[in-house]
Design a protein around this ligand. Sequence first.
Ligand code: CP
Length: 317
Amino acid sequence: MIKHFTQFENRQTADSLIDLALAYKANPRMHASKGIGKRIGCIFLNPSLRTRASTQIAALQLGMEPIVMNMDKEGWALEMREGVTMNKGTVEHIKDAAGVLGSYFDILAIRAFPTLTNKQEDLEDFVFNQFIKYSGIPVISLESAIRHPLQSLADMISIRENTAESKKPKVVLTWAPHIKAIPHAVANSFSEWALGCGYDLTITHPTGYELDPKFTHGANIEHDQQAALEGADFVYVKNWSAFNDYGKILSTDPAWMLTEKHLKHAKKAKVMHCLPVRRNLELSDEILDGPRSLVQQQAQNRIFAAQAVISSILDGI
Ligand code: CP
């Protein structure tokens, strides 16, 4: 049983969620009436394909009614700050909106990306936490300013499915080039979950792309990408913008894009990416379309990750 799902809590909870997700994967309708009479509100302040669809499917497989609101386009412009005179663009205060949502739904699920300009606000996960504070009901993160735990849970399921029981795999998180400033949430969460699940994690990136050490403590940081990749069992490819020079793009060096050539000393490595991926910028076609790629499996596992989380929250309400 869990109350909110916002981050990695502990190994035991993670293992239980992975076990439950795999049980749902084998039998998606095994608790088809568990959520009957209950509603989940999925609130998107930012775009999504996988998270939007997989969370709804997960809820439906538990008998729940999902209602999706694209608040960025369809809702009133929300005021998040306390005590302000609302004489500018915002129409409704989060206190009022989240209170209403809390009375309409049994579970709320929120996607709220970072500003990448206001570091303090992002690090506090300010917008996401305002929903928790004022809704008064269990909240699931559909990706916040600093974490994407449903993605990481799906990633851990995918690693478990591709690992022999006796083996402790070498997992590498490698930075990839991108043309836009991308949030840190996926990289932060992947590091948090991989380390929390006891994996041997190496993170490789160009100088200046150090992540928040709060998420990477215990990982091996290696700036030589080739050295990092040697002997890897799993290579997670992801771009992120600079953390110290907050939100900046410091490099677009194409040499960091993962290709088959980069994996000559990691012959059996499986390659992961959360999607959406910019082909031939972050990752080559040959890898994405080849036998190493786990990206479709990861995306499929998003359903069962969400189903395990919703089911565990339903146990407590
Ligand atoms: N990986 C992921 O969260 O995908 P979406 O942004 O499409 O939901």
